[in-house]
Structure formats: C-alpha cells, structure tokens
Design a protein around this ligand. Structure first.
Ligand code: SAH
Length: 212
C-alpha cells in the first residue's frame, strides 16, 4: 500500500481504505492465496484474470468513485473489483447508500464471484447479473460511474447513454494485446475524453466486444 501511495496510484482516502479492507485472498483460487497481496494479475477460472491491485486502484481513482455513487461494472470476474467499489460507495457498517451492479457473461465465473463475495461479506452490497454486459445494464440505468474491466475495440455507445450527467466511464480501448485506459466524462451533455494509462485486459465479448 505504501508503495502504491508513493507511486501516486492510490491518492484518495476512500480508495486506500477500500484496498486495505477488502481481503483479496478471498477472490483468488486457493492455489494462489499466498500470492494474493502481490501487485500482479492472477488467473481465475475460465482463462480469465483478476486484475493487479494497482490497476483496480487506478480505475477507481480515475472514475472518482465516492460514497453514495451508483456504479456499474462490466466484467465481474472474481468479484474483487466489485467488492472494492461496494466498500467505497457503501462503507462497511454503514446503512446501504450506494449501489454496485456488476455484469458477468460467463455463468461459471458469476458463481465463483458470488461465493467469493459472500465469504468476504459483500454479497448484500453487490447486485450480480449474468448477461452480455457490453451494452451495459439498461434496466438499471443510469449510473454515476461505469467501469469496464475487459478490453473493448471501441467505446460501446449504450454505455455513454447509461451515464448520468457528470458521470464518468473508465474503459480499456484497443486491440487484444494492448489497450489505452480511457476516461470519459459527461459534462453538460458533452463527452470529455482523456487517456489514463496503457494496460492489458482480457477481451470484452458480446455485441460490442471483440469478435470471438
Ligand atoms: N473485474 C474482475 C476482473 C475482470 S476479467 C475482477 O475484479 O476479478 C474480465 C471479465 O470480463 C471476465 O470475467 C470475462 O468473462 C468478463 N466479460 C467479458 N466480456 C463480457 C461481457 N460482454 N459482459 C460481461 N462480462 C464480460
């Protein structure tokens, strides 16, 4: 954590607190538990990965996630990042304030995430949906913040529609093996786009994803 702060990755108190509270070891397969606190991605079932802690922090900081926000995450994976968001929008022990909706396309992974979230005590604060999330979650829209944790060939237009005024979308955009993490803010109806960092995510599938 000290290193992530020194590197300027963890800036806000909210993100620091969430990273310290959410037990990452509950979100990795048992054989990787002893590596859970190292700052790199780890394999999870179905050939997917749980992002490195620094990438989760960068995304939460870029999205400026705050207490009380409604957050949509596309790509639940292990459930770890959804738990971090839940810890920020509805801190432990407080009445439920914010909302985290997370969408996973692989049913088996959604079950994995559900078990992890339950064990870690976040399942009551995260609404998990099994579906193609590349077009967002229109039924639940709109959101203050949207995080996409899989690489998209371009920004899916429905996600921009599901963003509230003043809302922020953070998404890795680019080809399969390297992407640019992009922040898009909706300001007075205009979309303001800025690059955050280079990154490598697994491919987004589905309607607005990469071709299979
Ligand atoms: N945020 C996760 C890591 C995400 S890995 C964590 O904290 O562990 C990317 C995930 O996106 C994978 O689980 C993959 O199955 C999922 N995914 C890919 N395309 C998707 C889509 N169209 N809709 C929903 N989930 C998708």
């Amino acid at each position: 954590m000290e290193l992530l702060k020194l590197q300027g990755v963890v800036v806000s108190e909210e993100v620091e607190r969430a990273m310290l509270r959410v037990p990452r070891e509950e979100f990795v397969p048992p054989e990787y538990r002893d590596e859970a606190y190292e700052d790199h991605p780890l394999p999870i079932p179905e050939g997917q990965t749980i992002s490195a802690p620094h990438m989760c922090a960068i995304m939460c900081e870029a999205a400026e996630i705050k207490r009380g926000d409604s957050v949509l995450e596309i790509g639940t994976g292990s459930g770890y990042h959804a738990a971090l968001c839940a810890e920020i929008v509805s801190p432990t022990g407080e009445p439920l304030e914010g909302l985290v909706v997370t969408v996973e396309v692989i049913a088996k992974l959604a079950r994995f995430a559900k078990e992890n979230l339950k064990r870690a005590g976040y399942y009551d604060r995260v609404h998990l949906i099994v579906a193609d999330g590349s077009a967002g979650a229109p039924v639940r829209a709109t959101f203050d913040k949207i995080l996409v944790t899989a690489a998209a060939p371009r920004v899916p237009p429905p996600l921009l529609e599901q963003l509230k005024e003043g809302g922020i979308l953070v998404i890795p955009v680019g080809p399969r093996w390297q992407q640019l993490l992009v922040k898009v803010k909706k300001e007075k109806g205009e979309l303001v786009r800025e690059p955050v960092t280079y990154c490598v995510f697994v491919a987004l599938r589905g309607r607005y994803g990469h071709e299979e």
